[in-house]
Write a protein that binds this ligand. Sequence first.
Ligand SMILES: *Cc1c(COP(=O)(O)O)cnc(C)c1O
Length: 224
Amino acid sequence: MSQIASRIQSIKAELPAHVDLIAVSKFHPVPAILDAYDAGQRLFGENRVQELVDKAPQLPEDIKWHLIGTLQRNKVKYIVPFVHTIQSVDSPKLLDEIERQCERLGRATIDVLLQIHISGEESKHGFGIEELKDYLSSGAHKGLSHIRITGLMAMASLTEDEEQIRREFARMQALFTEIKATHFAESETFRHLSIGMSDDYPIAIEYGATYVRVGTKIFGQREY
Ligand SMILES: *Cc1c(COP(=O)(O)O)cnc(C)c1O
């Protein structure tokens, strides 16, 4: 068994049944992704459109691709035909563009997570908490017939301070619960909280993660 396959198996063995592993394959080549695929992995995450568009056609069609990195509006059209979930939706304008491209390209529905800016870091993208609440209260999302909002995504601060990470995950869990109750109480599809990466996914699971996005711990260090 390859090292990648054995890492996948040991991570999966620890995950509760309601948590899905997204294997973050950015900067790793197609053969490494195939090793993970052969170990049964089907959900993969990439953070750059160009890399995703290059790799996807070289890999099996039953892979569910998740875009997890910043998406510029002018690139939406390249991924709408095949991507499973866009986890990094950070503005109403981006939602509108995804809707428009689904209509244009004949994609019936696409799953998205709304990314929340939870850390104090300027560099991270996402809806502010009030911005998210205002947007959903406006009801604008209800007019987007090609988009299924399946949950929320966030990146915690890059820090060794576990208490800070716990505070951020706890805020996300509370926000998820509130948003679900307020805006998606009748929805079976709004059910995902995507938090947790290689260094903090066991903590994220304590705070209700349903997707964990793990790269380094599966594929090793990335060479940029
Ligand atoms: C790269 C990346 C990950 C995975 O990071 P690791 O620390 O390698 O597990 C998760 N989420 C996002 C948004 C990323 O860009």
